[in-house]
Design a binder for this molecule. Structure first.
Ligand SMILES: NC(=O)c1ccc[n+]([C@@H]2O[C@H](COP(=O)([O-])OP(=O)(O)OC[C@H]3O[C@@H](n4cnc5c(N)ncnc54)[C@H](O)[C@@H]3O)[C@@H](O)[C@H]2O)c1
Length: 270
């Protein structure tokens, strides 16, 4: 065997035979990730509170062998246990978990008027990532081999790094997810890699359940404030998720990856 490997073709279907749970996968960014996993040859279990949206995905995809839906509340431990059991029963293995479910709106009540209930509800994406990771880890560890590891992706936000007013709870949830990511990566290596993705502005109107679906209304100015010249789409996040779930990213763990069309790199002087 030569010391230097020969040129190797990139895999056409990097997630072939891999099974991935995507929470909040029935709409928006999560649906973009779920469709990218399917496009990369994987199987997907979408876990979502919204049963109509989940059933619509299965109908529209028409891939009964590789796509399934389980109604799930990621903030309830029993519901999460049932999700992992249903996934193992349906597909026989689990290789990837994407913790995406959460309240998408960043803006809450001003802090001095916020109730503890609202604070806790707005942190549900962080609680969900804890519960889903806890119950998925035994199966993710078991899927690890010499050539590939189990993988977790936490969907954070550029709001983990910069803020508008009245977004403390959302920022705390997303900053918490970034820190949760590096802590879990150190605990679970080498069997499971853990990364986060921090999306910027992603337009999700066209990726909702059929009854709420509509074309996004975006102005030239909305697009122009991005260095790439446009607002993001759910499949922009799906593309990186496929890479981070696949063995192509085997040397990457514990990191946050910003996908924002350059918005947080733009210097603003008025
Ligand atoms: N859209 C953006 O611009 C943007 C930017 C940065 C980060 N994010 C993050 O991406 C993730 C998805 O956001 P989105 O914009 O696609 O929102 P969305 O509302 O379009 O989709 C969220 C999905 O999660 C589901 N969900 C919500 N709470 C749940 C729970 N407790 N259990 C199970 N499912 C639940 C909803 O039913 C819905 O299908 C969120 O974590 C959000 O913070 C979005």
């Amino acid at each position: 065997m030569p010391l230097t490997p020969a040129i190797a073709d990139w895999p056409a279907l990097p997630l072939r035979d891999r099974v991935v749970v995507v929470t909040g996968g029935a709409q928006g960014v999560g649906r973009g990730i779920a469709q990218a996993v399917l496009g990369a040859g994987g199987s997907v279990m979408i876990a979502d509170l919204d049963a109509d949206a989940g059933k619509a995905c299965l109908k529209e995809w028409a891939l009964p062998g590789r796509a399934a839906f389980q109604r799930t509340d990621v903030a309830r431990e029993r519901s999460v246990q049932a999700l992992i059991n249903a996934t193992l029963k349906r597909f026989g293995r689990l290789d990837g978990l994407v913790n995406n479910a959460g309240i998408a709106s960043a803006h809450g009540t001003p802090l001095d008027a916020m109730t503890l209930n609202e604070w806790q509800r707005r942190l549900s994406s962080l609680h969900g990532a804890f519960l889903c990771s806890k119950h998925a880890l035994p199966a993710l560890r078991a899927s690890s081999t010499d050539t590939q590891t189990g993988a977790i992706i936490n969907i954070a936000s550029t709001r983990a790094w910069q803020s508008e007013a009245d977004s403390e709870a959302y920022a705390a949830a997303k900053g918490g997810l970034v820190a949760f990511t590096h802590a879990l990566a150190i605990s679970e290596g080498p069997q499971v890699r853990v990364n986060s993705i921090s999306p910027g502005w992603i337009t999700t109107e066209a990726w909702q359940a059929p009854a709420r679906r509509r074309a996004p209304k975006l102005s030239r100015r909305d697009h122009a404030q991005h260095a790439v010249g446009r607002v993001g789409q759910p499949d922009d996040i799906g593309a990186l998720a496929v890479f981070l779930l696949s063995s192509l990213s085997g040397f990457i763990t514990g990191q946050d990856h910003i996908v924002d069309g350059g918005m947080t790199r733009t210097m603003l002087y008025t």
